[in-house]
Design a protein around this ligand. Structure first.
Ligand SMILES: O=c1ccn([C@H]2C[C@H](O)[C@@H](COP(=O)(O)OP(=O)(O)OP(=O)(O)O)O2)c(=O)[nH]1
Ligand SMILES: [Mg+2]
Length: 149
């Protein structure tokens, strides 16, 4: 397993470092490091601190912040940026843009698990400028060009 550096910015996280819930888990749950409950009205977005900073350091990796399915499906709590992308050289606090896309108020409690972090491989590329591409099966077809069924 790869190891990355983490800074604990909120002492409450010392005992609750994100961990894989099962041996096959892809995500590490992030907690709302807030001092008091935060009520998020329908349509509102709040930037919620997680009490942690990570430094991935290796440009061949990044982290993504994704919603938790239960929060998104049951409570309409998803991400204001839809997906958070954490650069390998980012050293600041992990922040969760928390959007209530539902119809009802949602109260986020201190240290509640609100989103999840996934570490993913990344390939950095250089551009080779061309006038024409080599022929491909798809060509420029997209946006439903292969039909519905
Ligand atoms: O949900 C998120 C998304 C981003 N970040 C941090 C880590 C990331 O490396 C940095 C910049 O994110 P991004 O590049 O997506 O935002 P930007 O609006 O382009 O800001 P910048 O100009 O700082 O790159 O903000 C978070 O903490 N949470
Ligand atoms: Mg950016």
């Amino acid at each position: 397993m790869k190891t990355i550096d983490v800074k604990i910015l909120d002492p409450r996280m010392t005992e609750q470092l994100p961990a894989y819930a099962t041996s096959g888990s892809a995500g590490l749950d992030l907690r709302a490091c807030i001092d008091a409950p935060v009520t998020i009205k329908p349509g509102e977005t709040h930037l919620i601190p997680t009490g942690l900073a990570i430094h991935i350091a290796d440009p061949a990796y990044a982290a993504m912040i994704l919603p938790r399915s239960g929060m998104g499906h049951k409570h309409g709590i998803v991400l204001g940026n839809l997906v958070g992308l954490i650069d390998s050289d980012y050293q600041g606090q992990l922040m969760v843009s928390t959007w209530n896309r539902g119809q009802a108020e949602f109260t986020l409690n201190p240290m509640e698990r609100l989103a999840q972090l996934v570490i993913v491989p990344v390939l950095q590329v250089a551009f080779n400028v061309v006038d024409e591409f080599d022929t491909s099966d798809r060509g420029v077809g997209g946006f439903g060009s292969t039909g519905k069924h």
